[in-house]
Design a binder for this molecule. Sequence first.
Ligand code: NAP
Length: 492
Amino acid sequence: MTGEKIRKEIAIIGAGFGGIGMAARLLQSGIDDLVVLEKEAGVGGTWWVNRYPGAACDVPSHLYSFSFAPKPDWSRRFAPQREIQRYLEHCVDHFGLRPLLRLNWQVQRMQWQGHDKRWLITSAGGQQISARYVISAIGGLSRPAWPAIPGIDQFEGVITHSQQWNDELQLESQRVAVIGTGASAVQFIPEIAAKVAKLDVYQRTPNWILPRPDRALPSYLQRCYEAMPWLQKLVRFGIWLKAECRVPGLVWSNRLAFGHRWLARRHLKRQVPDLKLRSKLKPDYAIGCKRVLLSSNYYPALCLPQVELVDQPIQRIESNAIVTNDGLRRPADHLILATGFQATEPVPDGMVTGRDGQDLHQLWRHGPQAYKGTSVAGFPNLFMLLGPNTALGHNSVIVMIEAQIDYILHMLGGLDRQHAASSEIRCEAQARFNRHIQGRLNGSVWNQGGCGSWYLHPASGQNTTLWPDFTWQYRRLMRTVAWDDYVIESSN
Ligand code: NAP
């Protein structure tokens, strides 16, 4: 081990939206004995890491930002990655978080130490921090998923995962193969399609795609928001309310999503005149089952003469080509994996060890489970942001993060008043909560819509990622702490 062990009251893991928001609100509440651990060299989490061309958010910026740190001068309706990252950088400075940050500090191991009721956190570099509370803000989409396609190790060209895009990547005049056609792929394919000599897009399942109503926000509007913050709040509220209206079509009955279904079909028909290509792009499952994508330039990119949409399953990858089930072999110099993340396995094996030496990855091997997406039985004094079943298929996750931050602040205040040394959610309370959640999810489009998705756990088939209701219901749920649901141990 290198250096002496640092002692802190709170350690936050991750400096993305969750970690930065949590640290800011803790400081505002007068709690400053904390540290923010970030494995990357800069802040922003997903917005630091995902730098592929065209990366942007598909939630309008006025809602995809903290309610307590409004930015009146967003340049576009849907801000690009760099602007979101800069916004988070600004939040770090504005709230005075810089001294709390430890960058390039990758948590390798986190062990609950029953004897002193603290977490011992060890970095990949061997440094150690002892903290009474750990707040995990690692996000559900931080571990890239590499497809287990036969021969992928034999590929001799360049392989890049969309999350690990290298700015030096030279694609001009190259033969490029993209595997995957999800939210990331539809953003970068239009950016690279015109540059390359040949682009083969390997699609396993077509997506429902809606037009992306992006536009630059004029400076007079930015000045209005600056002068009248209530106006920006009103706009934010309007965006949130509109997004909430999607819940009935996702949870109650998919028939109610008829408007979006019609819009998506019209979008495909208008943008793809070629009937053969259009039929390949037509989804055969309910809209909303997979995340609905927003793009106005993906279909036109697929229509370019140098682009081919391949919907045959991939049989194997060779040293310089991809072979599909129909026996066709398409040469490639570059392979880009847009194959998503290990969303249902957010924590690596051996990383988090709770009470009685329990490993969190092992405990969750049939699917992650938590209480209110925040506390896990067997893991005292650990809180999670965007834990199990708190991702969204219809609205901004920042709304969920803020509800969790308020809940954690409320809990920390209560624990302090009770002179508690530790708190742990009871198994029965966690089980009761999850029975309720899974009951709500059973009839939803995500479970019954006839598609596979990263929302469902591959082993159990359970939906362990999404919140199955309106976000206002989650906010209401998080407003109070049911203290009887926790075992509190006092420090006396
Ligand atoms: P994704 O949505 O999980 O898409 C992965 C793609 O790879 C899918 O098309 C999938 O096909 C395909 N795939 C996976 N394994 C494969 C295999 N072995 N062979 C062939 N194809 C394979 O991943 P993503 O596009 O990176 O997006 C993940 C999530 O990140 C999104 O759902 C969203 O929540 C978030 N995101 C958000 C934004 C934003 O604007 N806010 C932008 C990018 C990403 P199947 O569909 O058949 O599984």
